[in-house]
Design a protein around this ligand. Structure first.
Ligand code: FCB
Length: 419
């Protein structure tokens, strides 16, 4: 196999040996083909890569010392976007999920920055020219400061504000963008911002705020979708849901089962159900599972080999479970995020291949899966973890990791091939 051969001719270091073993084991004997037109991409978010997102609530919290790290330049993608496109092309990908930054486009209420939008337009044109389809998120955790000052997600006004911003963007971008994500992971935003309080708006145990966020996110999605579809009737609009299956630690325990059930409903079921009629497809962010039981917190003891640098359990089977769950709604599904914090790049290739296998199982079992966006293209500003968790197919210096070649091979072939 070409990729393996290339490794073999490299200087053999321990890490490379390990990598070689992994590669050999994952490209076993079978050929797994994906449907024609399947989208193989990578995902990023504006605040995590662009740098100097000065009009956002996150930047303000960083500057005020309310967050442990500052994003600063991030990956400087605001200026280096053409290099990012080049990276995607070099990996061999045909799609890119990225977000546009509301705080840049509407830095003051009702005042839009045309130069910022023009900059995004050039980026989308560049993607099209490279044969890479953009999938665009309107809101990925960060909000304009002025919006946060008005109560952010707690204020019902946010729905119409989001729709107004969506309208302004779609008016000028609809020719270039068909696939949209309105809001990324409202449940994570709620958990971090309103339960833990570690993220903006820093409101620990504001349960009312959490419930309002979920309600306003569902409504905001519906209104933003209307605005997007008004400019393009075939626009495909979803949210990206954080779908970590909730599982009972002890299957025999009614308490653990009840905790898993209620947790699932609060965490993901509720917002998914509310938004469902207004989803043209379903965006799945999948990383791992939650195992719950009493007494809380509980977690199964695991071999470190089964954990990422972040401590998250590597559990590919959960992707299959989640795909079957949302696939049952009969709508197209796209994996909008899936990836691994692995600075040494020792587990990433195997992680990708194991999840690709689960995707294929789900397709064989009838799920209308249309694409896979690997998180992330670059090591980036991982929110409260700063630059310490490295999810990139490439480093911030835009050096591709060996696993990117493995992923690229799958993407180019639209298949997982024989060794
Ligand atoms: C998801 C976020 C994304 C990134 C990954 C690791 O919850 O949507 O921005 O931080 O986790």
């Amino acid at each position: 196999m070409e990729v393996v051969a290339r490794y073999a001719t490299n200087r053999v270091r321990t890490k490379e040996c390990l990598h070689l073993k992994l590669v050999a084991s994952v490209f076993k004997s079978d050929v797994i083909r994906f449907p024609d037109g399947f989208r193989w991409g990578a995902a990023t978010a504006a605040h995590q890569i662009e740098g100097h997102n000065v009009n956002s609530d996150w930047w303000r919290s960083e500057a005020a010392g309310l967050l442990p790290y500052r994003s600063d330049d991030a990956c400087d993608s605001w200026n280096r976007w053409a290099e990012d496109i080049d990276l995607l092309r070099r990996v061999g990908l045909n799609a890119y999920r990225l977000s546009i930054e509301w705080a840049r486009i509407e830095p003051e209420p009702g005042q839009f920055d045309q130069a910022a939008l023009d900059r995004y337009r050039r980026q989308f044109e560049g993607l099209k020219e490279a044969g890479i389809e953009p999938m665009v998120t309107l809101h990925h955790f960060t909000s304009p400061r002025w919006l946060a000052d008005r109560g952010g997600w707690r204020n019902p006004e946010i729905g119409s504000r989001l729709a107004n911003y969506a309208d302004y963007v779609a008016r000028q971008m609809s020719d270039l963008v068909q696939w949209w994500v309105t809001i990324n992971e409202p449940s994570i935003l709620g958990l971090k911002g309103y339960i833990e309080g570690s993220w903006p708006p820093h409101r620990p145990m504001d349960l009312r705020g959490y419930v309002r966020l979920m309600r306003h996110a569902a409504r905001g999605h519906i209104l933003a979708r209307q605005a997007l579809r008004a400019h393009r009737s075939d626009a495909m609009v979803s949210m990206a849901f954080a779908l970590w299956p909730m599982q009972a630690l002890r299957r025999w325990s009614p308490i653990d089962q009840a905790m898993a059930h209620v947790g699932d409903w609060l965490w993901q079921g509720r917002v998914l159900d509310r938004a469902l009629p207004a989803l043209d497809w379903i965006g799945v962010n999948y990383y791992s599972r939650n195992v719950v039981g009493w007494p809380w917190p509980t977690a199964p003891a695991l071999d470190p080999a089964m954990r990422t640098d972040f401590g998250w359990e590597i559990y590919p089977q959960g992707l299959y479970d989640v795909l079957r769950r949302v696939g049952a709604y009969g709508k197209p599904v796209v994996i909008t995020e899936n990836g691994i914090a692995d600075a040494a790049d020792e587990k990433r290739a195997a992680y990708i291949v194991a999840h690709v296998r689960q995707m294929h199982r789900a397709i064989s079992d009838g799920v209308d899966l249309r694409g896979y966006m690997h998180w992330s293209l670059l090591d980036n500003f991982e929110w409260a973890e700063g630059y310490n968790q490295r999810f990139g197919l490439a480093t911030r210096d835009r050096v591709l990791r060996p696993s990117a070649a493995i992923y690229g091979r799958i993407a180019r072939a639209n298949a997982l091939e024989k060794a």
